[in-house]
Design a protein around this ligand. Structure first.
Ligand code: NAP
Length: 253
């Protein structure tokens, strides 16, 4: 939940807003007064405007962003959330699998940002929030392509923050740990032992549980809103301490 009225009069675009983190972001910004457009492969109707869009296709992105600006009267906030996962070491994935991950996770963010910039430049409260990942800053096993794509998002966030600060556009990212979304549920379902896999994912996070999509949405709303008007080029970790803590187990601490 964000405070009622925080986003009154503002228009937000959320890519991948039909599911998981994007859906929670859509609801949070909406409850704060924003009019929210969801751009997704299968957009849900729970937003002010649902636009079918494939972030891997530049024409589709340009059409979708133009439709939002025309229908809702501009764009103030962009949340680049649409993304896909990939499992494997650097030896495992084919070139096509690497290209697909970068096509959606990295170039998808580039395309939507590029199309939205002319509208963001006109906003008095412009903000971009990229959904990055703990994988950008911490080595996770079996996630080479995915981690590389999120590392690119972290660097891109900082580069964009530098390029667009003078235009009044803040650019930040949120780095979640493992979040309980349909994505992670699919991952669990495809594992040989879902209960053991869930226990391992929980144990990996110092606070002993999965992050909720609403907790990530709260961080996104903070970085998108007026309370963070002096914050740009930063990453906000929502990971139960996974990025920074080294706890000891057992009695001696
Ligand atoms: P999710 O439940 O799978 O939602 C992702 C949404 O993005 C889906 O609605 C999906 O549509 C859409 N999407 C996928 N490819 C797209 C494309 N080419 N164009 C437009 N929309 C597309 O995943 P999530 O867990 O909420 O993840 C959202 C973001 O958070 C991703 O960037 C992910 O990397 C990041 N993240 C997630 C976690 C986690 O543990 N869940 C942790 C760190 C970061 P379809 O369902 O139709 O494919």
């Amino acid at each position: 939940m964000s405070s009622r009225g925080t986003f009154d009069g503002l228009v937000a675009v959320v890519t991948g807003g039909a599911s998981g983190i994007g859906k929670a972001v859509t609801e949070t910004l909406g409850s704060g007064g924003a009019r929210v457009a969801v751009l997704d492969l299968e957009p849900a109707d729970a937003s002010d405007l649902a636009v079918r869009c494939d972030v891997a296709d530049d024409e589709s992105v340009r059409r979708a962003v133009a439709r939002v600006a025309e229908s809702l009267g501009g764009i103030d906030i962009l949340v680049n959330n649409a993304g896909i996962g990939a499992q494997g070491t650097v030896a495992d994935n084919t070139d096509d699998e690497w290209r697909r991950v970068f096509e959606i996770n990295v170039l998808g963010t580039v395309r939507v940002s590029r199309a939205a910039l002319p509208h963001l430049r006109k906003s008095p409260a412009a903000a971009i929030v990229n959904i990055c990942s703990i994988a950008a800053t911490t080595g996770l096993p079996n996630r080479a392509a995915y981690s590389a794509s999120k590392g690119a998002i972290l660097s891109l966030t900082r580069a964009m923050a530098a390029d667009h600060l003078g235009e009044g556009i803040r650019v930040n990212c949120v780095n979640p740990g493992t979040v309980d979304t349909p994505w992670v549920q699919r991952l669990l379902a495809s594992s040989g032992d879902p209960a053991a896999e869930l226990a391992a994912l929980r144990a990996r996070q110092p606070h002993g549980r999965l992050v909720t999509a609403e907790e990530v949405a709260g961080a996104v709303a903070y970085l998108a809103g007026p309370a963070s008007a002096s914050i740009t080029a930063t990453m906000l970790q929502v990971d139960g301490g996974m990025h920074s803590l080294r706890l000891r187990t057992g009695a001696a601490r």
